[in-house]
Design a protein around this ligand. Structure first.
Ligand SMILES: O=P(O)(O)OC[C@H]1O[C@](O)(COP(=O)(O)O)[C@@H](O)[C@@H]1O
Length: 276
């Protein structure tokens, strides 16, 4: 007897395929307005419409943003780019020791209403608030499952017992925990080289791993090398913000990252797209 998938299995498969194009993804991370504040953006990109027009025009596969910004920019990305709605966040206006907690920042139903292809939520593994974030993660995941929405987990180890959040043992622990907590996509830190990131991919146990961009690299070639290493290590792409919107030419930067992720170009070949 042939197996008939459930409605939500079909929905998840179709939505995931809109993000992972041929099993790879270049996602623009755009939740910084809350996570870091408007000071993260150069003056010309404080207006969300300006930067979103550039990244959509450059052909990014998906945009990850909070519901409120998706609402006011839908005409730019609608029917052109996949949408990942992040439903947790926090501000740096909080007292320092309360910044290791991600709070609800919208609901899975908001993502469904916006026509999202996935929801995203952060878990700071190792935080003193890990328990609370896990409760929130499983509530989000349960609701997303009902609607056939894949869940992207930003698996960010950080907390009082973690000395170096980029250490491979720490990052791969977070990736494994994300896989065990039912993430359909995992976004985590780059561990500095191909060999260690391969360990992270292995720990993710088959769940696609995407690299979080991190602070802007001084040289574009260094960022493109990191992206290339992630792909060579078995990662499936990137979810990147600052290395795009803090760059003087975000469109060219997206195209260079796409060349590495989708066309297997080397960093040296891809960086030439920035010189045109
Ligand atoms: O690691 P930090 O400094 O808390 O930054 C969190 C930010 O990094 C991201 O996870 C990825 O964006 P970046 O490429 O700018 O690092 C964002 O989604 C989030 O706002």
């Amino acid at each position: 007897m042939s197996y008939s998938p459930t409605y939500n299995e079909v929905g998840k498969r179709i939505r995931l395929s809109r993000i992972l194009r041929n099993d790879r993804a270049v996602v623009f991370a755009f939740d910084h307005g809350v996570e870091h504040g408007p000071s993260d953006f150069p003056p010309e990109h404080v207006n969300p419409r300006v930067i979103l027009e550039k990244v959509v025009d450059a052909g990014v596969d998906a945009i990850m943003m909070l519901p409120g910004i998706a609402r006011i920019t839908w005409d730019i990305w609608g029917n052109k780019t996949a949408l990942i709605v992040k439903v947790t966040s926090k501000t740096n206006l909080r007292p320092k020791d309360e910044r290791l907690l991600q709070s609800p920042f919208g609901y899975v139903e908001d993502a469904v209403a916006l026509g999202a292809d996935a929801v995203a939520a952060t878990v700071y593994w190792g935080s003193q608030y890990e328990d609370l974030m896990l409760q929130r993660w499983f509530t989000i995941r349960e609701s997303a499952e009902t609607y056939g929405l894949p869940c992207l987990q930003l698996a960010y180890p950080r907390g009082p017992a973690i000395a170096n959040r980029y250490d491979v043992e720490i990052v791969r622990y977070g990736a494994r925990a994300a896989a065990e907590s039912g993430a359909d996509l995992i976004k985590t830190y780059y561990t500095g080289n191909l060999e260690t990131f391969r360990e992270v991919v292995r720990a993710a146990s088959g769940i696609p791993v995407l690299m979080s961009g991190g602070p802007r690299r001084e040289k574009e070639i260094d960022f493109l090398r990191d992206v290339w290493n992630v792909i060579q290590a078995g990662g499936k792409g990137v979810v990147v913000g600052r290395n795009i919107f803090q760059h003087k030419n975000p469109k060219a930067m997206i195209k260079a990252v796409k060349a590495v992720v989708h066309e297997d170009k080397t960093p040296e070949e891809a960086v030439k797209l920035l010189e045109q």
